[in-house]
Ligand binder design. Structure first.
Ligand code: C2E
Ligand code: CA
Ligand code: CA
Ligand code: CA
Length: 275
C-alpha cells in the first residue's frame, strides 16, 4: 500500500528529471551551436501598407539543431538569456545580418531584436557601433526593437541605452506595444522613434471589435506623438484593409511572406530591383 501511495510522487520525479535532462541537453547543443557560429539570421519584410513597397526587414534568429530539429527562437533565446549565451549569440547574428543588409538597396532598413538581458550591458551601444563600422553599414539604417517587458527592471539604464543608440543615429522601436503592464508609461519615459503594434491585436481585429478599437487608438496615438507605427502579424487581405483605413503606416506579416534566409531574401530583392 505504501509503495502504491508513492507512485505518483515517483512519477513526478521521473518526469521532472526527464525535463531537466532535456533542457540540459538543449543547453549544451546551443552552447555548441554558438561556439560554431551556426545560428542563422532570417528576414521578414517590412512593407509600406499603402504602396506595398518593401521598406526593410526584421532579422529573426533561426537555429536548426541536428538533435532537436528546428527550435523556436522563443525557446532558445530564453535559454541563451539564462545561461549567459545571449550576448555572443546576438552579436554573431547581428554581424551576419549587417553583412547581408550591406548588399541591399541603400534605402532599406534592418531591424534587430534586443533582449532585456543585453540592455544591462553598459557597453552594448559601443559594441553595436563597432559592428556597424566593421560592416560599413550606416547607423541610420539600423533599427533596434526593444520589448516592453525588458524595460521595467531598470528604467535608468534603459534610458541611457535608448539615448545613446539614438545619439548614434540608430532608430529605437518599442516592440510588442500594448502587451506590457505600462505601455503608455514607457512611451512617456523613454524617447522611442517608433511603435510596433503587437500581433495579438492585429490578428484578433477580425473577430473582436474591441481589438479594432485598440489598434485604431494606437494608430492615433502614434500620429499624435509623431511616432511612426508599424503593425505586425498581418496574415489576411482583410487585416491589411482595416489597417490601411487607419492611417499611413508600415506593416509585416505572413501576407507578405514568411521570414526567409539570406539567399532567398537576396533573390527577392534582385527580382524587385532592390539591390
Ligand atoms: P517578435 O519580435 O515579436 O517577432 C515576430 C514573430 O512573429 C516572429 O516569430 C515572426 O516569425 C512571427 N510572425 C511574423 N509575421 C507573422 C504572422 O503574420 N502571423 C504569425 N502568426 N506570426 C508572425 P519568431 O521568429 O518565432 O520569433 C519569436 C520571438 O523570438 C520574436 O518575437 C522575438 O521576441 C524573439 N527573437 C527572434 N529572434 C531574436 C533575436 O535575434 N534576438 C532576440 N533577443 N530575440 C529574438
Ligand atoms: Ca505610405
Ligand atoms: Ca520584434
Ligand atoms: Ca510581437
Amino acid at each position: 500500500a505504501k509503495k502504491a501511495g508513492n507512485a505518483p510522487v515517483q512519477w513526478f520525479y521521473n518526469a521532472l528529471e526527464a525535463e531537466l535532462r532535456y533542457r540540459c541537453e538543449m543547453e549544451m547543443a546551443l552552447r555548441d551551436a554558438v561556439a560554431k557560429d551556426a545560428l542563422e539570421p532570417y528576414y521578414e519584410q517590412q512593407v509600406d501598407l499603402d504602396s506595398g513597397e518593401i521598406r526593410g526587414f526584421e532579422m529573426l534568429a533561426r537555429w536548426h539543431s541536428s538533435q532537436f530539429g528546428q527550435v523556436p527562437p522563443d525557446i532558445f533565446i530564453a535559454i541563451a538569456e539564462e545561461t549567459g549565451l545571449i550576448d555572443r549569440l546576438s552579436e554573431q547574428l547581428i554581424a551576419k545580418a549587417l553583412r547581408h543588409a550591406a548588399s541591399w538597396a541603400p534605402h532599406l532598413t534592418l531591424s534587430v531584436n534586443i533582449s532585456p538581458v543585453q540592455m544591462r550591458d553598459p557597453w552594448f551601444a559601443q559594441k553595436l557601433l563597432k559592428m556597424l563600422v566593421a560592416a560599413n553599414f550606416p547607423p541610420q539604417r539600423l533599427e533596434v526593437e526593444i520589448t516592453e517587458s525588458g524595460l521595467h527592471q531598470n528604467i535608468a539604464m534603459a534610458h541611457a541605452l535608448v539615448t545613446s543608440l539614438r545619439n548614434q543615429g540608430i532608430k529605437v522601436t518599442l516592440d510588442d506595444f500594448g502587451t506590457g503592464y505600462s505601455s503608455l508609461g514607457q512611451l512617456r519615459r523613454l524617447p522611442f522613434d517608433r511603435i510596433k503594434i503587437d500581433r495579438s491585436f492585429v490578428m484578433a481585429m477580425g473577430e473582436d471589435a474591441n481589438c479594432r478599437v485598440i489598434v485604431e487608438a494606437i494608430a492615433l496615438l502614434g500620429r499624435g506623438l509623431g511616432l511612426p507605427v508599424i503593425a505586425e502579424g498581418i496574415e489576411t487581405p482583410a487585416m491589411l484593409d482595416s489597417l490601411r483605413g487607419m492611417g499611413d503606416f508600415k506593416g509585416q506579416g505572413y501576407l507578405y511572406g514568411r521570414p526567409q534566409n539570406a539567399t532567398t531574401t537576396h533573390a527577392l530583392l534582385a527580382e524587385r530591383g532592390l539591390l
